[in-house]
Design a protein. Structure first.
Length: 299
């Protein structure tokens, strides 16, 4: 009761202020009131703070909670409820079920389906929903195995689908790289390491050879098998500096064999580069060619 009296007095005070403004000056009456913060009472501030914190609420209700603003009166009925009855709790649970079902249909299922095959829906939507339902309710389980076994089974199958999808999309990159490396390895000027890295010495340096933990300064140019340049310190007109262990495996191996002053051409198999990862302009399973000049070891 006390809070209602305070609120009524507060609203009355606002009304009196506005009325006084109208009698004194009609122009002032059209200007929004500016409260003087040095004399603001805590009750006035409390009301204003509550009001200010409603900014953005309606868009949130619509976009995140799916509330139809046609039924805002019903929303206000719920807002004005101090405690929930059993019926209210049941209704809240029911509405939560509706919300989760919507997320399953519109978000979860499409995301999982895209991971399996990004060009077509290969999953059965009804069975996906049925499985989701049984996982929550623990009823009518068509796959009566423990949840941890279900998760492990799904992960193994998803890994297989992922591998098949990557092979279908980027397998040609891998095969082209392998074919190039087979032919390139037969050339007299090309050296092949145990890991599969291939390199050709363009300039033989005479300086020190860096260790994996040392920082080096290099100039380089990187291209794909088709000649597309994806990175170049020469284009930036400034050498790059980094630690030998912080680059792709093929680079790290080569740098720890190169004397300072050397210039090599590297032929890096995709498994010593980015593998199935896409990196900028570099597609998955891409064999990379680098021209690398070891300028100095940074001490």
């Amino acid at each position: 009761m006390k809070s209602k009296v305070i609120l009524a007095c507060l609203l009355a005070a606002f009304c009196l202020t506005a009325s006084a403004g109208k009698k004194k000056d009609k122009v002032v009456a059209k200007t929004p009131a500016v409260l003087a913060i040095d004399t603001l009472q805590i009750d006035t501030f409390s009301y204003a703070a509550g009001k200010a914190n409603t900014v953005g609420l309606k868009p949130y209700l619509v976009q995140r909670m799916g509330v139809d603003t046609t039924y805002m009166a019903d929303f206000m009925l719920g807002f004005d409820t101090d405690s929930m009855t059993v019926a209210d709790k049941r209704e809240k649970a029911r509405l939560a079920g509706i919300e989760i079902r919507s997320q399953v249909e519109k978000q979860i299922f499409p995301q999982i389906s895209k991971q399996v095959n990004d060009t077509a829906d290969v999953l059965n939507r009804l069975l996906f929903v049925a499985g989701f339902r049984s996982g929550i309710s623990e009823e009518n389980d068509l796959l009566p195995i423990p949840m941890d076994s279900t998760q492990a089974f799904v992960k193994r199958q998803m890994d297989r689908y992922h591998a098949e999808l990557m092979e279908a999309k980027y397998g040609p990159n891998r095969r082209a790289g392998e074919e190039f490396l087979r032919e390139n390895a037969t050339k007299d000027s090309v050296h092949v390491t145990e890991s599969g890295l291939q390199y050709k010495v363009l300039v033989e340096g005479t300086g020190d050879i860096p260790t994996a933990k040392q920082k080096v300064k290099v100039n380089y140019r990187g291209t794909l098998l088709d000649g597309t340049e994806f990175d170049s310190s020469y284009s930036r007109k400034q050498p790059s500096t980094f630690t030998c262990s912080q680059v792709i495996k093929g680079w790290g191996e080569a740098l720890t064999m190169m004397p300072v002053g050397s210039k090599w051409e590297l032929y890096i198999p995709q498994e010593l580069a980015y593998g199935e990862r896409e990196s900028g302009k570099i597609p998955p399973y891409s064999m990379l060619i680098f021209e690398v000049e070891l300028v100095d070891i940074v001490k």
